[in-house]
Design a protein around this ligand. Structure first.
Ligand code: PLP
Length: 413
């Protein structure tokens, strides 16, 4: 038996499913098949319990109280930062900024980096497969500061053209901001190589890791990423929490993003001095209840093991691709050699919205539409797709429900 098979067999799917109470529910009288994990994942009991327990037994504002509860809440909150640090192998907790999610992490960087490191005429490189949250912040910066935006193209399999990428650099290129894994195509971009190329051209790199961190081991030091953004809710944690990782020497040189409590050292009406990292970027009361629960989610994933998760999800995706290809008129968008657990598709000329609505009636939750990637849809020449995205609790039996449902629906048209 090969190594991959051995680690897949270590996954106790029954036990994992039992950890997620929502998977027991029915939709329209059918067992729920939840294939919208790219949008958000379901939460295991340990995560929800953590939220309830902390509100009931610890709740107090962090960092500013001498009293027992405040100190206990602060310890929990800062321990969570340590958990995140270890999860992505950052050098220090000073490099872990808590945000509201990937979107806020990218906006933070666009504002701060744009302010300190970019001037009119400078350029940022993004790719054709970016989520809107890695396009619009750069457009806002372009409108404010007159920077240019260049776009890495892709081939028809959905792989970025690295030779074309190399040609986009000029002495004006200050930053590459690119997704690690596409939320539509599932493409796993060769991010380490792309970072090396950027650095050789004197540019920094921000990686949008929203779709990578839940499915594969990410080591920011090994990647040599300058900045890395991701969201808690896509990795079985609560909504409203995210992370911006940044190399400490770079974060030190960036100005604050928002002003308020927590991010200051001293304030007079004439002048304010700023707090040290990471607090300089965390104005206001943080979601400390959320960060504790987020750490529980990371511990949960770590206990299963990211290698096992990646292998198991790879097996699911391979099986699903094979089953979907049995369906007449099936078009799959994104067939990169290196691909994560996302399948975007259309069947004949059935509208993605109709397909999604009919699948829903069978209890199958998929996403339909442009998936916040309208420029990518334009590149593909379509208005949207149906997207099935898998998580650690999904099974081959559920994929059979999807495949049989698709067959039934397409025969109706
Ligand atoms: N980037 C990618 C690739 C995504 O898939 C998403 C969400 O779907 C985001 C960014 C935005 O994440 P959030 O809404 O958690 O900020």
């Amino acid at each position: 038996m090969c190594y991959m098979q051995r680690i897949v067999e270590m996954i106790d799917i029954k036990k994992i499913r039992a950890d997620f109470p929502i998977l027991q529910r029915e939709v329209y009288g059918k067992p729920l098949v939840y294939f919208d994990n790219g949008a958000t994942t379901q939460k295991p009991r340990v995560v929800v319990d953590s939220i309830v327990d902390e509100y009931y037994s610890v709740n107090a504002n962090v960092h500013r109280g001498v009293h027992f509860l405040s100190q206990q809440a602060t310890v929990l909150h800062e321990n969570s930062r340590e958990t995140v640090k270890q999860f992505i192998n950052a050098r220090s907790t000073n490099e872990i900024i808590f945000t509201r999610g990937t979107t806020e992490s990218i906006n933070l960087l666009a504002c701060s980096f744009g302010e300190a490191f970019m001037e009119e005429g400078d350029e940022v490189i993004i790719s054709v497969m970016e989520h809107h949250s890695n396009i619009v912040p750069w457009q806002l910066l372009a409108a404010r500061k007159g920077i240019g935006i260049k776009v890495i193209p892709m081939n028809d399999k959905g792989e970025l053209l690295i030779d074309e990428y190399k040609k986009l650099f000029s002495e004006k290129t200050k930053l590459v901001s690119v997704t690690h894994v596409s939320n539509v195509l599932g493409t796993i971009n060769p991010i380490a190589e792309m970072i090396e190329i950027a650095h050789a051209n004197g540019a920094y790199v921000l990686v949008d890791g929203a779709q990578a961190v839940p499915h594969t081991k990410v080591d920011v030091q090994e990647l040599d990423a300058d900045f890395y953004a991701f969201s808690s809710h896509k990795i079985y944690g609560p909504t409203g929490i995210g992370v911006l990782y940044g190399k400490e020497d770079l974060l030190d040189r960036l100005p604050p993003y928002q002003g308020g409590g927590e991010m200051i050292q001293t304030v007079t009406f004439e002048k304010t001095t700023f707090n040290e990292l990471p607090f300089k970027f965390e104005a206001g009361t943080p979601d400390y209840i959320g960060t504790t629960a987020f750490a529980k989610a990371l511990d949960y994933v770590t206990a299963i093991g990211l290698d096992a998760i990646a292998a198991y999800e790879h097996e699911l995706t391979t099986y699903a691709t094979q089953r979907l290809k049995e369906i007449e008129g099936m078009r799959i968008f994104g067939e990169a050699d290196s691909k994560g657990s996302v399948i975007s598709f259309l069947v004949n000329d059935i509208h993605h919205f109709d397909m999604g609505t009919l699948l829903d009636r069978l209890g199958v939750a998929v996403r339909t539409g442009h998936h916040c990637a309208q420029p990518l849809m334009q590149r593909l020449g379509i208005t949207g797709t149906v997207r099935a995205s898998f998580g650690i609790y999904n099974t081959k039996e559920e994929i059979d429900v999807l495949a049989e449902g698709l067959k039934r629906i397409s025969s109706m048209f």
